[in-house]
Design a protein around this ligand. Structure first.
Ligand SMILES: [Zn+2]
Length: 124
């Protein structure tokens, strides 16, 4: 399971760098919150999750081709991850947190990404 939770991945670093430049302060991997979210902005009560397209099963994503060997093994693993992510998101929302999910493939266009982050963080 260690592979699923790869920390300090480059898409995540990029997101961190962008929101830091916007002047936001955040904490990482808050263990007291459901799912130990990647990026937490406690004062805004907002959470940003950066998901790898393959591990988290980004639907219809060209960057997340399903393996052609051991198909049932991977399908099961990824399906479990998707279910887990949904549960975590629900739990966070119940606790009053706003959640933004950024997929790995959405970090390639930096100006689009910056706009999304800004809208999420500036919004009510
Ligand atoms: Zn994707």
């Amino acid at each position: 399971m260690a592979l699923i939770r790869s920390r300090d991945t480059s898409p995540e670093k990029l997101v961190r760098r962008l929101i830091h430049k916007m002047g936001y302060r955040f904490r990482l991997y808050r263990k007291d919150l459901p799912g130990t979210p990647d990026i937490v902005l406690p004062r805004l009560k907002k959470v940003i999750c950066v998901h790898g397209c393959f591990w988290h099963g980004h639907a219809r994503c060209p960057r997340a081709p399903r393996p052609t060997t051991n198909v049932s093994f991977w399908e099961r693993k990824i399906t479990l991850n998707i279910a887990r992510d949904q549960k975590v998101k629900r739990s966070l929302k119940v606790l009053g947190w706003k959640v933004l999910t950024i997929w790995q493939c959405q970090t390639r266009n930096v100006s689009v990404l910056r706009g999304r982050l800004k809208r999420f963080l500036d919004g009510a």
